[in-house]
Structure formats: structure tokens, C-alpha cells
Ligand binder design. Sequence first.
Ligand code: MLT
Length: 395
Amino acid sequence: MSIKIRPAERINNLPRYLFAEIDKKIKVAAEKGIDVIKLGIGDPDQPTPDYIIKKAMEEVQLPRNHTYPPDEGLAEFKLAVANYYKQRHNVELDPQKEVCVLLGSKEGIAHISACFVNPGDINLVPDPGYPVYSIGTMFAGGEVVSMPLLAENDFLPNLSAIDLKVAERAKLMFLNYPNNPTGAEASPEFFARVSEFARKHNIIVCHDQAYSEIAYDGYKPISFLEVPEAKDVCIEFGSLSKTFNMTGWRIGYAVGRAEIIEVLSRYKTNIDSGTFKAIQYAGAEAFNNSAREGFQAQLSAMYQERRDVAVAALQEMGINVRAPKATFYIWAPIPAGFASSADFVGHILEETGVVVTPGRGFGAYGEGYFRIALTVDAKRMQEAMDRIKKALANR
Ligand code: MLT
């Protein structure tokens, strides 16, 4: 006789991951023979650059790399991250104490709440936002209090709208600029205000910087750590996934105040055994030789061409959309006549085979919007836009 499977309460409350759900719909459409254009998940369509692959292949062959990686992370990778911060952001980091290697930034973001949040504590979470901020909070028994990101505030949270009692109970504040899903950017003045707020209320700022290297029109995204004294209150998460087309490699990092990094590292050494050494060497190579290869500039130029195609087409359809200065996402209001973002996205998939993400998937304040990921070339993007335009005209 088989036993009764009784998942924990936290699992009973756990939705399926937004992009896993979308993947299921793509599979169904593809099985029906529909030519699907995937503008859903932010997964780069281009390969990892050759210079990184070459380094990984050399390192994979070395038996010294086949053993457990060092608990504290590979010194060469942590040094490469620290050097990147110095060169790119003029921020000094101690590679030993202020850098932690992650199995992708998603992993660190998911686990940071377990490190600092007791049941009943509050985390301040942007809405719309990357779903993992809330999921990690929930796993730790914490309470999510949303910080609405509204168009009228340029998709920045309004700090003065945060209830003082909430601020006193808050342990972590998640932020993410350049922002997923809205494509918004943050100014040094805004980060300085956040830093002051966090110091006043004893809150750790968890800044997700996954899109810092994809930017347009001469804009250079800043690190939260560029703000004077920000390191005192901050852990910043970075990823090689979008920066170097390495989503499948699962490597990222966290940097910031040594005591915060120490807690996350201690937690992680108890539950995972680190990233394969060959991948950490390849990650170090990615940073060390990115300027020589001119990779970042090429990447942004490629996405900019796609962005321009999509924005022009959406505007032509009468959709009031702003061209983002960074990220590879376009955040657009759903056209009139649709009951919800899910209704619009479902209609578009059915009628055109184009997959976009419903804004509601990123939180209640995402309702009324949809997100386009710039993950197909300009020609295919034009094709996607033509199909949407036709579907809307025939409605
Ligand atoms: C996104 O599309 O928002 C992200 O790429 C999803 C992820 O990183 O899991």
C-alpha cells in the first residue's frame, strides 16, 4: 500500500514558477504545430562568447577541477568580481570577505531571507517584481509587504508611503535596477535616499543587479554600492546569465558588507557544495577579458536594435510604451478591450503564436501590463509585432 504524500504547508502555498507555467503553454502550442515566437522568459538567444567557452573547455579537462570547489568560493573568480567592481563602478571590495559565489543570483536571492528573516518579520518587496523575492520570504516564514512600482513614480518605490510600523518590523528590502519587468532605471539620488531609509530603520537592502550591463543610448547603470556608505546596509546580487549569455551555467555572486556576506556563505556551505571549479574559472575569464573582447558593447547594440523595432511597432499600434534605457524587457500597457493581462496574453498566444508575459505574473501592480523579452533577432521581432498588429486589427 502506498503512503499518503503530505507536502509541507509552505509547499501547499507555493505556486508553480511563472515561467514554468508559460513553458507548458508554449509546449502545447508547439505540439499543435504553431510557429511559436518566444518573448516570454528573459533567456538570451545568443550563445556564450567563444573566449569563455574555450576557457571552460580547458579547465574541464584538468583533474584538479573535478573535486569539490573551495567552500569559500574560488579566489580567482572572487578577485575577478572585485576587479570588475573597481573598474566598472569604482567600488573597492575585499575579494575574500565581501564577495560570495552563487549558483546563479536566483539561488542567493531565494536564500537570503532564510539567513535574516524570522517568522513574522517583514520583507519589503517591489510589485511588480521578480517572483523569487516573495517566494524566499515565504519560505522563511516572513511577511511580504509590497512596495508598488507605479508609472507616475517612474517605477521607483515611494519610500515615504511605507508605514512606519512596517518599516520598524522590516528586515530586508528588495530592489532591482535596472528593473525587471519595467525596464526602469534608478538615479544615485534615489539610491542615496534608500540607503538613508535603510540605516534609519535597520533594514538590509538586497539589490538585484542582474541587468546592469545591458543599457542603451549611452546610459551606464550604477551599482547601489556607488552611493557613499551604502555598503553598510547592502548586499548586491549579480549574475553572469544575462551579462555573458550564461543562463544555463548557473553562476552568479553577491557582494557587500562582510557580515552579511559571511552569513550567506555560512548558510550556503551547509546546503550546497559550490559551483563547479571549471565554471568559476570560466566566470573569471568572462570578467577579466570582457573589455578586450568588446562583448558588452556588442550585446547592448544587438538588444538596442531589437528594442527599437518593438517600440516603434507598439507605438504604431497605439500602445503607449516607453523605450527602456536598460534591461532587455519592454513593459507595455495592454490594449483597450482586454479584461486582464492574462486575457490579452492568452488571446495573443492563441491568435498569433507570440508568447509574452502577463504583468500580473509579477504581482498585483503588474496587472494591466505585459512584458516583452527582446530574445529574438530584429527580423523575428518585426514578424512578432506584425502578427500582434494583425490580431488586434481583426478583433
Ligand atoms: C525573467 O524572465 O524574468 C527571468 O529571466 C527569469 C529568471 O531569471 O528566472
